[in-house]
Design a protein around this ligand. Structure first.
Ligand SMILES: Nc1nc2c(ncn2[C@@H]2O[C@H](COP(=O)(O)OP(=O)(O)OP(=O)(O)O)[C@@H](O)[C@H]2O)c(=O)[nH]1
Ligand SMILES: [Mg+2]
Length: 396
């Protein structure tokens, strides 16, 4: 048992001191008044000495101050040593938590560097945090691999569309994203054939009669490839064209490159394209360097066109793809193709998870050598060696 002795000028002051020092666990058992001698002629000064011991119960409330299990057979020394153990355990837990946090923060930094959105980053971190063993392993590479796995799982690829292109493919999207160039690239890949592939019967239709030069641009592409280009400006004209070309393997429709905010143009396109039947696939074309919020707004704006697939263009103009991958994850819109430059047709690549994963930056895991397989991977290899039909290289 622990005893104490406290001295003070008065008994009240001594009790105050005891309460301050030991709280309600102090029990007083005696007090003694001590007279102190002073110089001759001066009166005596008194001091009060109070002694007591520390109780295991609160002397005010009567409740146990510590676990009652300790009160019977243990003394305060044991209680304190138990408390010390608890304190140590808490400190260890805190240290473990701090280590986990710092691991998660490393992943957050890499994802932020890649420009993933806060919502996407939260999802990855929540998934990682669910795996206690993973975090306790303290293995950064393993953690990165898991994060990469979650990113890969969130990428949706239009593999069905890549294997069997629809008979009619309509390319839509904001102005200048590369719709016409991409139409030319797809027409070249399928219309001219490559290697062992049979060339398909391809035609191009444009409904872009607004912008000066738009018709010329696509006709020039068509002339070089000997692929017919037709311009239509009414639902009837498009309907007639589709009827007359019912035997085509692929009809590519290039649309008006106007801001989707322009309601008149938008309504006009909707009217003309309303004649397209169920064998039509509406594809939204977005530039990879667009901001996340703009991509989301554009997708929402074009959804009334039954958009079911995505082409991401100008990947050569940005190093960072987290914004686009966050869009794909949020909208679950499968990606058909990506384009990586102005050259026709080799800067058109069927989208693949591997392609996107290898574009990620800042990971210690060797993302360059990650393999995910998939249709897009094969196509990329098959077309990369081909020479340009036309494009920047040829204009120089
Ligand atoms: N760097 C780069 N430039 C591209 C790519 N695709 C297209 N372009 C260029 O982007 C510019 C616009 O391309 P277009 O095909 O005319 O774009 P569009 O969407 O049809 O434009 P509008 O019809 O005016 O809306 C051209 O200079 C193209 O050469 C690409 O993948 N990378
Ligand atoms: Mg165009």
């Amino acid at each position: 048992m622990e005893y104490f002795t406290v001295k003070a000028p008065t008994y009240e002051a001594a009790v105050r001191k005891i309460r301050e020092q030991y709280g309600n666990y102090a029990k007083i058992h005696s007090k003694k008044v001590i007279r102190k001698k002073r110089f001759p002629g001066f009166s005596h000064r008194t001091e009060v000495e109070v002694t007591g011991y520390l109780s295991v119960t609160d002397t005010q409330s009567g409740s146990a101050g510590v676990d009652p299990a300790f009160t019977k057979n243990t003394d305060m020394g044991e209680v304190l040593s138990e408390l010390e153990k608890v304190r140590n355990q808490l400190a260890m837990n805190e240290e473990k938590h701090a280590k986990k946090q710092s691991l998660i923060e490393k992943i957050v930094k890499i994802l932020q560097y890649n420009d993933f959105t806060p919502g996407f980053i939260d999802n990855v971190c929540n998934k990682i945090s669910e795996d206690e063993n993973l975090l306790s392993s303290n293995d950064v590479l393993l953690l990165e691999s898991k994060a990469l796995g979650y990113i890969a799982d969130s990428i949706v690829i239009d593999t069905a569309g890549q294997r069997h292109l629809p008979q009619i493919l309509v390319l839509m999207g904001p102005t200048g994203v590369g719709k016409t160039t991409t139409v030319a690239k797809i027409a070249a890949v399928h219309g001219l054939g490559s290697g062992m592939k049979r060339n398909k019967k391809v035609s191009i239709v444009t409904i872009d009669n607004y912008r000066i030069g738009a018709k010329n641009q696509i006709e020039t592409f068509g002339d070089i490839m000997s692929i017919p280009v037709t311009s239509v400006s009414s639902p009837l004209a498009l309907d007639t064209f589709l009827h007359d070309h019912a035997d085509s393997d692929l009809i590519l429709i290039d649309t008006i490159g106007k801001s989707p905010k322009d309601q008149d143009i938008y309504d006009e396109m909707q009217r003309i394209l309303s004649v397209c039947g169920s064998s039509t696939k509406f594809c939204l074309t977005l530039s990879a360097s667009m901001k996340f919020a703009d991509m989301i707004k554009t997708i929402d704006r074009f959804l009334s066109f039954r958009i079911s697939t995505l082409i991401l263009t100008k990947l050569d103009e940005t190093e960072i793809l987290g914004n686009a991958l966050s869009v794909i994850a949020e909208k679950k819109l499968p990606v058909l193709y990506v384009t990586t430059g102005q050259k026709v047709p080799q800067d058109l690549i069927p989208a693949s998870i591997g392609f996107f994963m290898r574009a990620l930056k800042g990971f210690n895991v060797d993302v360059e050598n990650l393999t995910f397989g998939g249709f897009g991977e094969e196509i990329h290899e098959n077309t990369s060696g081909e020479s340009s039909i036309f494009g920047l290289d040829d204009r120089e």
